[in-house]
Design a binder for this molecule. Sequence first.
Ligand code: FAD
Length: 417
Amino acid sequence: MAMSPSLQARVVGAGPTGALAALALAEAGWGVTLRDPLPPTELQRRQRAYAFTHSSRELLQRLDLWNELLPSLSPFRRLRLRDVAAERTVIFGPADLADAEAVGWIGSHQPLMALLLRRLAGHPRVRLDLGMNGPDAPGDPATGDVPDLVVAADGPDSPTRRSLGIGLWSRPYRQACLTVQVELRGCDDDEAWELLRPEGPFAVLPLGERRFQLVWSAPASRCRQLETLGDAPFLDRLAGALPDTLQPDALLDHPRSFPVALALARRLHLGTTVLVGESAHRCHPVGGQGLNLCWRDVAELHRLALRAARGTLHPRRIGAVYGRRRWPDLLLTLLATDLLVRLFSNRHPALLPLRSLALEQLARLGRCRSLALAAMTLGPCRWLAPAPPWRHGHQQLSPAPALPGHGAVPAPSGGPE
Ligand SMILES: Cc1cc2nc3c(=O)[nH]c(=O)nc-3n(C[C@H](O)[C@H](O)[C@H](O)COP(=O)(O)OP(=O)(O)OC[C@H]3O[C@@H](n4cnc5c(N)ncnc54)[C@H](O)[C@@H]3O)c2cc1C
């Protein structure tokens, strides 16, 4: 069926979710206007690194972005999940993902946004409205200026969500999250760590050449205090928080903390407006779910936009169908991350044996590891897919070398690892 060129969308917000949503709609045949008060230089400036899962890899491949982004990504082939208080480690590797070339990838904000903005600027169906302040154009029915779809990707404080009167269910965590890039010794460049510490989860994510992005969750007051320390005292505190085998050598940027919250909009659409990304939901960064969850919104929107462009779905129905389809993934992911934080951010004596037993079983049973990793990397709703998608349609980076071993690694006495 021929694609209709007449469908128009307005995307509000050009963060990583809005920029990708605009491209996805344009690729589906829609005309798109992308608006953000920030100019392109500002949109690229953030000092962040994201962990990309296989669900994000699939979407980027569908939009023909993956191969161009790949050189700037650092793949990791092993993920060490360690319960520090229970002294148990589970190692996830490619064998748990049907020999996928990587468990996940780490990428910095700047090259990602540079690629998205470059593609958007060169796309014949995209109009960029970046760096403009002032009210959003309301649309003029007389000139046919009313878009068929408005995509609100304007972040956690979403002015669009507020103006529509859509409520937000929100619960801030007592933990905040501190991010910083460091040079580390004792950690392989193709290995990521998720340390479940009593004060909060702590991720160590490889950026290549011994550089690592740390995502350190801790009580908000401690994060604020850590932020103000000089380099040497910060590195001291960091060495105390990391397993003995990981030794920080140098700080590569300034530590920054940000508040973390569990939040979910009370509805995901109203009329022809849909909420995507952090305008609709936020979760704890444990397990690197945040941006991947945002991009699974975009993946659904892309599927529905294609159907509308082919004439098999009325554009007015997109919001309702989008809302219905996104709830299960959003609810399960928010619940799972919240449960992980609650169960593991303590030394509760009644919980320690249970945690220890659960991790021991996870380490022993390959099938359980595969299911857990599939839920983490594809989203909890797709983990039972009969043929895991990493078996199909993408190139191997390199042959998967045999891993030294999987399973529970009880800590040697006296150290966390
Ligand atoms: C300080 C900080 C550090 C972080 N570090 C990390 C990290 O290291 N790793 C990680 O995985 N995640 C990190 N996160 C979380 C991550 O940034 C978010 O998951 C991600 O940015 C969500 O993308 P988004 O596009 O939905 O929203 P945002 O990135 O918030 O984008 C929203 C966009 O909407 C625009 N906007 C706002 N109002 C309007 C309006 N009225 N009209 C038009 N546009 C508007 C904004 O200018 C912005 O560009 C961090 C978050 C913060 C706050």
